[in-house]
Design a protein around this ligand. Sequence first.
Ligand SMILES: Cc1cc2nc3c(=O)[nH]c(=O)nc-3n(C[C@H](O)[C@H](O)[C@H](O)COP(=O)(O)O)c2cc1C
Length: 398
Amino acid sequence: MPLDNAINIADLAARARRRLPRVVWDYLDGGAEDEATLRDNRAAFERWRLTPSVLTGNKQRDQSVELFGSRFLGPFMIGPTGLNGLFWPDADLELARAAADAGVGFALSTASNNALEQVAAIGAGTRWFQLYPWGDVSFASRLLERARNAGYQAVIVTVDTLTAGKRERDLRNNFSHELRLTPRVVLDGLLHPGWLANVWLNKGMPRFENLAEFLTPGATAAELADFTRSKRNPAFCWDDIARLKERWNGPLLVKGILSGADALRAREHGADGVIVSNHGGRQLDGAPASIDALPEVVQATDGRMVVLMDGGIRRGSDIVKAVALGADAVLLGRATLYGVAAAGRAGVERALAILRDEVDRTMALTGVRTLAELRARDILFPHPASRKISARSELAAC
Ligand SMILES: Cc1cc2nc3c(=O)[nH]c(=O)nc-3n(C[C@H](O)[C@H](O)[C@H](O)COP(=O)(O)O)c2cc1C
């Protein structure tokens, strides 16, 4: 089926779902426990409506944004995700190339399947490195040194996974960082021959390549997965953020912030930016939707640090809403993963083009020309149904 038939992100998701075995799809798509936060990440966008503005005479819009000295052609970038090699061979490279071609940034996960140096070698593009604060200080220092040498411009420290979320789809599928070839998984693979030939028979189980140097040469994917599990460090704390900032000595963002108080703590400990995120609903189920947590963080930080957000972005209008609520830009998680899982680099290119087009249309229909104008104008209002609920609760309180 030609990719032009995918006219929105949901179409790419449907194609990805058909192509992937169930266990891989569940890893990509699932969330923690009852998946309430996962669902709310989407539902919360629906609770905001946009005010149209007509006959403005605007012929063109500019959706570009500058972040830490790099200009992105849209207020979005590809966020860090691990084990991308399960979706497509060399998926980290394909995602990074598509981002560079689209003129937006790419963040590489510590848990990538292409080594950070290999991704840097693609050349053009703005790349950030996402660090999991695993193990001791020497582990983080070594990865930061490699990221600096390879030309990564910023580092994201993800702080919401020091304790693993309870991802029940993965538990049911007996999946944790690696595919175990149970009869069910083998049958699942055979029923998805495209994926089987293109990923499994072609490359086998992808390894955490960034970590290979910490183990003996030739470590298997299973040994590297064991290594990541053994290195979780629940003792990591705010002072460690200050230490990392000192070592990195460049732009550092803390990812996994959902309150104004934590954003201010990040700032006190040297962070230049925060990413308002609940890890795509994969960690604390019951945490607020990211878009609901965003205004408090924007208010607390008051323009003194970069504020990004992620979680539930599937439409250009979601991106416009996030910027209208004060985000400098957003990160894409599943939106571009659906693309890469559906059709490799072409699928990612499609996802980025769809979102860019939808951002432009939404700006045109709401009558704004630039992101600065979008932030200054009050184009959002709560969905009438949610206003009724709050009016009723105010009455009840009287
Ligand atoms: C399959 C998958 C793997 C992920 N791996 C990582 C990771 O390695 N590091 C990280 O900081 N966040 C990781 N995340 C979280 C994303 O960076 C992001 O916060 C989340 O996907 C945003 O929600 P969305 O998918 O609804 O857009 C992962 C998310 C998914 C779906």
